[in-house]
Design a protein. Structure first.
Length: 228
């Protein structure tokens, strides 16, 4: 009996620790020195190993870029490269990846926010959207002959021809912006419901498509950080 217990203890001691690794598709870091804890969520029963791995440096971005390079420093990684770096320190550690197989690290260190430029961009964007939306609504109303429909409806209900702007046009002008705000789930800075807005959903799809394209392009060009 004692020998069986000792054997079981030895087998448990020989069992390698398991590290669970979770990395998102796109990670933003604020430092040129990228450590594992900056990009990944990790869990391991061995707290000493976990503490050491969190401080492990996996990549260093250049502080000074050439004029041809973008301000945003972006690098594509394969999770196999991260596992390889982990095994350099702990070759017997079992790593279970429960996140993305390929991911992007976006370094925004050293960038200064220009509030004036952001305000100008926002103002220009609002003007473009306002006049663009107004033009779209007017062309739609002309295509479906909304004015003619209102005129016929007014004649059928009231019994005489409309002499200009009627209650139909007024309520139509009031109801359209209200319907738009309800559809887009936004009234100023407040949301009508807690559900994501259609714009947020479409932006999320757009971001996913951009990330997929960037990862595939980096892989084809051989710029992805992968195992040899």
């Amino acid at each position: 009996m004692a020998e069986t217990v000792k054997k079981g203890i030895k087998e448990m001691a020989a069992t390698p620790d398991t590290l669970y690794l979770k990395i998102d598709r796109n990670i933003v870091v604020q430092s040129y020195q990228v450590h594992l804890q900056d990009i990944a969520s990790m869990e391991c029963t061995n707290t000493a190993v976990l503490r050491q791995l969190k401080q492990k440096k996996i990549y260093t971005f250049q502080e000074k870029d050439s004029q041809k390079q973008k301000k945003h420093r972006i690098q594509v990684f394969s999770v196999l490269r991260i596992i390889q770096q982990i095994h350099e320190d702990y070759p017997d550690l079992e790593v279970q990846n429960i996140g993305e197989s390929d991911f992007i690290v976006n370094c925004q260190a050293g960038q200064q926010e220009n509030k004036l430029l952001d305000a100008v961009k926002t103002a220009v964007l609002c003007v473009v959207i306002f006049f663009g939306a107004a033009f779209t609504i007017m062309t739609f109303n002309n295509d479906v002959s909304v004015a003619e429909v209102f005129s016929q409806l007014y004649y059928q209900v009231i019994g005489r021809q409309s002499d200009g702007v009627t209650e139909l046009e007024i309520f139509y002008a009031i109801g359209m912006p209200i319907g738009i705000m309800i559809f887009y789930n936004h009234i100023g800075k407040k949301k009508v419901t807690h559900d994501p807005t259609p714009i947020q959903v479409e932006m999320r799809k757009y971001e996913e498509d951009v990330d997929d394209t960037f990862i595939e392009s980096a892989s084809r060009e051989g710029k992805s950080m992968d195992v040899d």
